[in-house]
Design a protein around this ligand. Structure first.
Ligand code: IPM
Ligand code: MG
Length: 347
C-alpha cells in the first residue's frame, strides 16, 4: 500500500507530520509512505507547483495524504504557477471528482461553535461537492472591451454526465446514512443549475428510498446556520460546495477539525484537511492537526478499506476532544505536537 505524502505550504508540513505519526502508530504491514513536493514549496525548489515527479508519484500511489497549498510569496505569479494550481491539477489529472466533507459536532464542543449549543448539537451532515467541473475549470480570462474597460470572465458549465456521476455519489452516501439528500443549486438564475436540477431528478428514480429536496444556495447558506440539523447529505457543485463547506466548519467549532476525501472512480483518493496553509501561524507549531489526522482516517476507510483502523483514529480524536484537548483554534493552549501526542495516547 503506497501512500504519497504531499505536505505543501504553510502549516501543511506540521499538521501532516502528526497525521503520519498516527498512521505509523497503527503499524500496518506493507504501508509505504513516500514524500513529494507540492505547492509554493515545489515552485521554490523545482519551478512548478505540481512537478512531473510529484504527479507521477501520485499516480503510482494507492492514496494521497495532502497538507495544504498557498503561499503569499507566490500571489503575484502567473496563475498557472500559483500554489493552488497544484491541488486543482491533482484533482483534474487524477479524476478526483467527488469531494466528501463531513461535519459533525464532537462531544464537548457544544460551546465552541459560532451557533447556539442546542442548534450546533444537531449537526451531523455530509457535503458532497463536485470537484472536476463548474466555473473552476471553465475557460477564463481578463480581456479589454472595445471601449477600453477591462473585463474578467469565467465560464460556468456542467455536462449532464458530470452531474449524473456526482448525483450517484450523493444518493449512495444518503443510502448509508439517514436517506435524505438535499441538492443545492441556483436554478432560479443559472442555466447550469437548471440542468443540474433536471439531472438530479432523473437520477433520483434509481433511489426511491432517498428523500430528495432542492435548495437554492443562498437559502442553503441561511439554513446552515438557522437549522443545520435538517441536513443529512448535501450534494452541490464545485463553487457552492467550496463556500458551504467552509461555513459548515465554523458551525462545528473550528475549521481545524474538518477532514475531506476527494475520490476518483475506483479506490484512488486524495485526503486533506479543508483548511488552507494559514501562513500567519505557519512554522510556529500552533496549528490544530486534527483535521489532517481525521483525513488520514478517511484515507484508511475509502482507499484502503481499513474500516476498523479508521474508526480507531476517529474515536481517539473524539476522546481527546472530550478530554479537553484544545488548540488555539478552540480557545486552548496546546500546540500541534501536543495535540498529536494526545491523540496518539488515546489511540
Ligand atoms: C478547498 C480550497 C481550494 C478550492 C483552493 C485552495 C483552490 O479552498 O479545497 O476548498 O477552492 O477548492
Ligand atoms: Mg475552500
Amino acid at each position: 500500500m503506497k501512500i504519497a505524502v504531499l505536505a505543501g505550504d504553510g502549516i501543511g508540513p506540521e499538521v501532516t507530520r502528526e497525521a503520519v505519526r498516527v498512521l505509523e502508530a497503527l503499524r500496518l504491514p506493507d504501508l509505504v509512505l513516500l514524500e513529494g513536493d507540492v505547492g509554493g514549496a515545489a515552485y521554490k525548489r523545482q519551478g512548478h507547483p505540481l512537478p512531473p515527479e510529484t504527479l507521477e508519484l501520485a499516480r503510482a500511489s494507492d492514496a494521497i495524504l495532502f497538507g495544504a497549498v498557498g503561499d503569499p510569496d507566490c500571489d503575484n505569479l502567473e496563475r498557472h504557477l500559483r500554489p493552488e494550481q497544484a491541488i486543482l491539477g491533482l484533482r483534474k489529472e487524477l479524476g478526483l471528482f467527488a469531494n466528501l466533507r463531513p461535519a459533525k459536532l464532537f462531544k464537548g464542543l457544544e460551546n465552541a461553535s459560532a451557533l447556539r449549543p442546542e442548534v450546533a448539537s444537531a449537526i451531523d451532515l455530509l457535503i458532497v461537492r463536485e470537484l472536476n467541473g463548474d466555473v473552476y475549470f471553465g475557460e477564463k480570462g481578463i480581456r479589454t472591451l472595445p471601449d477600453g474597460r477591462r473585463q474578467g470572465w469565467d465560464m460556468m458549465s456542467y455536462a449532464e454526465d458530470e452531474v449524473r456521476r456526482i448525483a450517484h455519489v450523493g444518493f449512495k452516501a444518503a443510502m448509508g446514512r439517514r436517506r435524505k439528500l438535499c441538492s443545492v443549486d441556483k436554478a432560479n438564475v443559472l442555466e447550469t443549475s437548471q440542468l443540474w436540477r433536471d439531472v438530479v431528478i432523473e437520477v433520483a428514480k434509481d433511489y426511491p428510498e432517498v428523500e430528495l429536496t432542492h435548495m437554492y444556495v443562498d437559502n442553503a447558506a441561511m439554513q446552515l446556520v438557522r437549522n443545520p440539523g435538517q441536513f443529512d447529505v448535501v450534494v452541490t457543485g464545485n463553487l457552492f460546495g467550496d463556500i458551504l463547506s467552509d461555513q459548515a466548519s465554523m458551525c462545528v467549532g473550528s475549521i481545524g477539525l474538518l477532514a475531506s476525501a476527494s475520490l476518483a472512480e475506483g479506490d484512488m483518493g486524495l485526503y486533506e484537511p479543508i483548511h488552507g496553509s494559514a501562513p500567519d501561524i505557519a512554522g510556529k507549531g500552533l496549528a490544530n492537526p486534527m483535521a489532517t489526522i481525521l483525513s488520514a482516517a478517511m484515507l484508511l476507510r475509502h482507499s484502503l478499506h481499513l474500516e476498523v483502523e479508521a474508526s480507531r483514529i476517529e474515536t481517539a480524536v473524539a476522546r481527546a476532544l472530550a478530554d479537553g484537548v484544545r488548540g488555539g483554534d478552540l480557545g486552548g493552549k496546546l500546540g500541534t505536537a501536543a495535540i498529536g501526542d494526545a491523540v496518539l495516547e488515546h489511540l
